[in-house]
Ligand binder design. Sequence first.
Ligand code: NCD
Length: 309
Amino acid sequence: MFQFKGSDILHGSQFSRPDLECLMDVADDFRKRVEDHQVMDLLRGTVMAALFFEPSTRTRLSFETAMQRLGGSVVGFSSAESTSVAKGETLSDTIRTVDQYVDLIAMRHPAIGSAAEAAGVAQAPVINGGDGAGQHPTQAMLDLFTVRQELGKTDGITLALCGDLKNGRTVHSGVEIYKHFGIRLIFVAPEALMMPAEVTDRLRVQGVEFEETTDLEAAVRKADALYMTRIQKERFSDLAEYERLKGAFILTREMVESLNPRLVTLHPLPRVNEIATDVDSMAGAAYFRQARNGVFVRMALIALVMGKV
Ligand code: NCD
């Protein structure tokens, strides 16, 4: 089994099924303890840096909440503009400096490969909270945990991933994780935003089956769970192209009611317009529960990486 202790968490492909099951079981245990109002001090004296060079609400705040719920503490920033990056400091020098202060680094940065670069210079473990259009492994872990919680199982389910599969880092990490669980995958995207060939080629080499389509309604009929994603505006060099694609797929309450009322709907959030707000009150609308799960899964990951469980 992968040794979480002391490891960098950079890419969805790092983990095996037993690793992920262990992580989810620990997360479930922390969920019960938090919901039982237990005060934990597992990480008292441990300091985590949350370095967010790119906007974030859930990832940063759930990492920080996770650390604090475990009794640890957090330093960091949520905008590079307030740091020496604004004076021209390199990522490597910033990371080397922070590495002198803390025991663990969680980071998000617009460049693909930035977390790996940071891991290359830091002694402390680095957790990738999103590297541009690359990877976002902790989100994929909490997405899997939410599927298990909502459907009561993972094996044999059909999961449709819809939206900006080209630029969406959560789905790039997701497929590397879902492949261990016999999850049938349907990729739903406009032609211009299909899953990148490097991702699908890797899946094919590993014998992972998936279907690609532009038909959201057909996918909703077949799926147990639908994972909607935002069109990633910040990755477009041509804003006219973004405007053309931003309304490509919108899930409405009427679609769910008429095609598959038992559908579980997931979304990493933030949502722009891809799920109509009247879906929110449906039983299967799981995206805010999913955000909550981010705390428990990150608690589990931090505790494992710090060797405390
Ligand atoms: C995602 C991200 O930042 O990649 N959000 C998140 O971490 N919860 C998805 C997105 O921004 O669309």
